[in-house]
Design a protein around this ligand. Sequence first.
Ligand code: AMP
Length: 194
Amino acid sequence: MLNLILFGPPGSGKGTQADKLVAKYDLIHISTGDLFRYEMKNDTELGKRAKEYMAKGELVPDEVTIGMLKNRVDQSLDAKGFIFDGFPRTIPQAEALDTLLSERGTGISGLIALHVTDDEIIDRILSRGKTSGRADDNDTEIIKNRILVYRGETEPVYNYYETQDKSQTVNGLGTIDEIFDRLCAEIDAVAAGA
Ligand code: AMP
């Protein structure tokens, strides 16, 4: 399987790029943010629980997130591979993902981080907020908190995979197609080495 982690701060373009990448590489896109928003829309217990954290720009607790992710992976084990978007966001999530995949005879092929400056992130999220309908995209304080949480809790995941020689960074500024081409070049290199 080709299992990729699309990494980067909120607003770095992971969702947009993941949609294009799954079409090109025939992979399954798993976005934990999208899964939580689906649960919230359907007013499930999981959705209600997640909402408390998402509204503040905090992370949903690991055991909730990991449980949901496992269920989603197990629905698509016959896939060619996965693009994980917005997961893992903590070291325990990364460890759980490695265990989960190795128990299923596979593993992470590579992590690719989109590098974008904080000013650009805030502009992009506020502009997305005009149409996304997401409460967490419309408040500068919540966006700043999401960036802080990213720097504190999520960035270490990059180093975690770097020690396995799997982390790469690409420039996340430019047109959607320019960024897509950079990602494809990295993914082709990962796939060739797999
Ligand atoms: P996203 O759409 O990836 O920006 O995620 C939106 C929000 O969902 C985040 O700010 C968190 O509150 C929550 N969330 C998404 N993915 C995770 C995760 N892997 N771990 C914890 N919380 C998450």
